[in-house]
Design a protein around this ligand. Structure first.
Ligand SMILES: [Zn+2]
Length: 289
């Protein structure tokens, strides 16, 4: 699943279509079928026709990231819209000049115009856990209302520590891994970066949040941010499905210390691999307490 660094890289690539206007939209048969069955795969809008109509004629003003979401601010003379996209487990975008994508599992294609240029933005998603939604205003999107600040400013750390203090006060029994994977505490930290940051800080993933110290929590927060920055510099991690729009793959996976490793790089003992909250956790019981 793409985490903050990978989503940031997607957004950086998508910025080339800022200023383009949406001329038309086409949806895969799979999406149409899913909507007829009431499942609403990928396009989180009950009425597909309304979804298309609300986007046609809109100009893409800006494309930004918020947490693990991609936010496209659209504008037209009558009513501005915002598209919020999430890549789910296996979603990705591709921009090219092919009206019909040759890539399997292409579910949505946006025809985009800028002056005399026409390009196509394809959304590809084999597992269809991704989400595309269109709203009148960004504030309507519930997950953003409770989301922690972006992690690259001072604000993020202060917020993280405040949340930690609340959990400590309430003697919360949730694990540290659960805590850091919750966007209400820190945004963009998914399973891979959570495993890595906990290993670097020598914290056992099942350790209860309330027993940790503020100092340790600050150290952990800083490690998460450092991992994000390092990963963006290395083009993200290309485990599972993530590849750049130009087909290049990132190299952050080469930097992993514990994720999917067999032996601990510190003590050489066997790495424990266990499902915690439906996600694979990798840790060293000797080094992480
Ligand atoms: Zn170890």
């Amino acid at each position: 699943m793409p985490e903050l660094p990978e989503v940031q890289l997607v957004v950086d690539d998508l910025k080339t279509i800022e200023g383009y206007t949406i001329e038309s939209i086409s949806l895969s048969d799979r999406i149409k079928l899913s909507h007829r069955q009431g499942k609403m795969a990928v396009v989180k809008h009950e009425n597909l026709q309304q979804f298309e109509q609300s986007l046609i004629g809109q100009k893409i003003n800006t494309i930004e990231r918020r947490g693990k979401y991609i936010v496209m601010q659209l504008t037209n003379p009558i009513n501005d819209k915002v598209v919020i996209a999430h890549l789910g487990m296996s979603g990705r975008f591709e921009i090219n000049t092919n009206r019909v994508s040759s890539i399997p599992h292409t579910h949505t294609t946006f025809e985009l115009n800028y002056e005399t240029k026409t390009v196509y933005l394809h959304y590809i998603d084999p597992r269809r856990f991704g989400e595309l939604r269109v709203l009148d205003h960004i504030n309507e999107f519930k997950p953003f209302q409770q989301m922690a600040p972006e992690p690259f400013g001072i604000e993020g750390e202060a917020y993280f520590i405040d949340r930690f203090k609340q959990f400590k006060l309430n003697r919360s029994t949730i694990s540290i891994k659960q805590f850091i994977m919750d966007a209400e505490n820190v945004v963009g930290c998914g399973n891979i970066y959570a495993n890595e940051a906990l290993f670097i800080c020598r914290i056992h993933p099942l350790r209860k949040v309330h027993v940790l110290t503020e100092r340790k929590m600050r150290e952990l927060y800083k490690e998460i941010v450092k991992l994000f920055i390092k990963s963006i510099e290395r083009g993200g991690s290309s485990i599972h499905s993530y590849v750049h729009m130009d087909g290049e793959i990132g190299s952050m996976q080469d930097e992993f210390l514990i994720y999917q490793k067999k032996l601990c790089p510190i003590c050489q003992k066997k790495v424990t691999s266990r499902r915690i909250n439906q996600r694979n956790s990798f840790y060293c019981t000797n080094c992480q307490k």
